[in-house]
Design a protein around this ligand. Structure first.
Ligand code: ATP
Length: 346
């Protein structure tokens, strides 16, 4: 099957074509992704500017993806003249910035109607998780979603992804970005902190884990204060990374222990950080668990993960009527009935 995916929850105007069977990753499948990133001129992501970016660039990336789908269709012996180039259209329904999501939803509905194919609404956080499960072939992993606006530990049980732990305040990437805005670095801050931390030494910053949840706002404020009182920026970046990533690693380990799982997958844009991957990898190795992190192009926001999960949902018959396809900017991962894993008891 060929599936068009459209993503645009915050900064990435992205469209993708998944070509494959949708079950587990095989050599025959391919994922084409076209993305146009919104880069704020100053400060962080402005919802109005981000929505303008989506309005301008979603049509372009969709056209490019559809051109790719037509090329694939031309090589497909089962494709006949007049058939649509894709079997269904999938889109990020939430969570994300409302003005951006509305543009993505409108684009998805109009392409689905134009080709008269089904529409599938995907939860963006579940897509961050499922791409790692799909590519790793793990049966039932715990997932750490470490993204800009979120931070969750998820585990599957009885037809839902359960939130085992989450941030009590800001998303993990947003906390890092707020610190870098304070020191005058451009968005996104994560890669700059990673780079500066290579020359840093540890200094004391808060470490806040409460049960299975974590908090990042205190450490972000303390990092700003440390910078303001003249601590070396490299040291602040080093300590910020060490503490934030140790908090995520501690809760991920506890989730593995609680669920009895021996598989961990990583998702989200902060997952591109090598130090975070190193810490999670070491923790898993010490307890005999397997660890999988997708390639960077599938970690940061991208329509490829939307198309892959959309393909699974489409195969399970989990489609949406146009009149029921409204976006949901607060769409939580545990609201999603996991139709594509039905039959699994745990
Ligand atoms: P969400 O998926 O929750 O909607 P988002 O839309 O902000 O979040 P993502 O693409 O998942 O998007 O993540 C972007 C975040 O990743 C930004 O906060 C950015 O600073 C952070 N990031 C990117 N690269 C790195 C890195 N190398 N180290 C740490 N953080 C990083």
């Amino acid at each position: 099957m060929r599936v068009l995916g459209i993503e645009g929850t915050a900064w990435a105007a992205s469209a993708a074509v998944y070509d494959g069977e949708g079950d587990s990753e095989s050599e025959d499948e391919s994922v084409f992704i076209e993305t146009d990133a919104y880069q704020p001129e100053s400060g962080g992501i402005h919802p109005r500017e981000a929505a303008e970016h989506m309005g301008e660039h979603v049509p372009e990336v969709v056209q490019t993806a559809l051109a790719h789908a037509r090329d694939l269709a031309a090589e497909d012996p089962t494709h006949e003249d007049g058939d649509p180039p894709v079997d269904c259209v999938t889109f990020s329904r939430g969570p994300g910035l409302g003005p951006c999501l509305r543009i993505v939803g409108t684009a998805a509905r109009s392409v689905a109607q134009r080709f008269d194919v089904p529409l599938v609404g995907v939860n963006h956080m579940v897509a961050h998780l499922e791409i790692g499960r799909h590519q790793s072939g793990f049966a039932s992993p715990v997932c750490l979603n470490a993204s800009g606006a979120n931070a969750h530990i998820l585990g599957y049980r009885n037809g839902r992804y359960r939130v085992l732990g989450e941030t009590m305040d800001t998303g993990v990437g947003n906390a890092i970005d707020k610190f870098t805005r304070h020191v005058g670095w451009s968005h996104p801050g994560g890669p700059k902190v990673e780079n500066a931390a290579k020359d840093g030494e540890y200094l004391d910053l808060p470490y806040v884990v409460k049960g299975m949840d974590f908090s990042f706002s205190g450490i972000m404020s303390a990092a700003k204060q440390a910078y303001d009182r003249g601590e070396e920026i490299e040291d602040v970046c080093f300590a910020l990374q060490e503490n934030v990533f140790a908090m995520l690693t501690e809760v991920a380990e506890r989730a593995l222990s609680l669920t009895g799982s021996d598989e961990l997958v990583l998702g989200g844009g902060v997952g591109q950080n090598e130090r975070l991957r190193e810490m999670l990898g070491e923790m898993c190795a010490q307890r005999g668990a397997q660890f999988y992190a997708p390639d960077n192009r599938f970690l940061r926001d991208n329509a490829g993960m939307i198309a892959v999960l959309g393909a699974k949902m489409y195969a399970a018959g989990d489609t949406l009527a146009i009149e029921d396809s409204q976006i949901d900017s607060n769409f939580r991962p545990d609201q999603v009935p996991v139709t594509w894993r039905s039959g699994e008891s745990v």
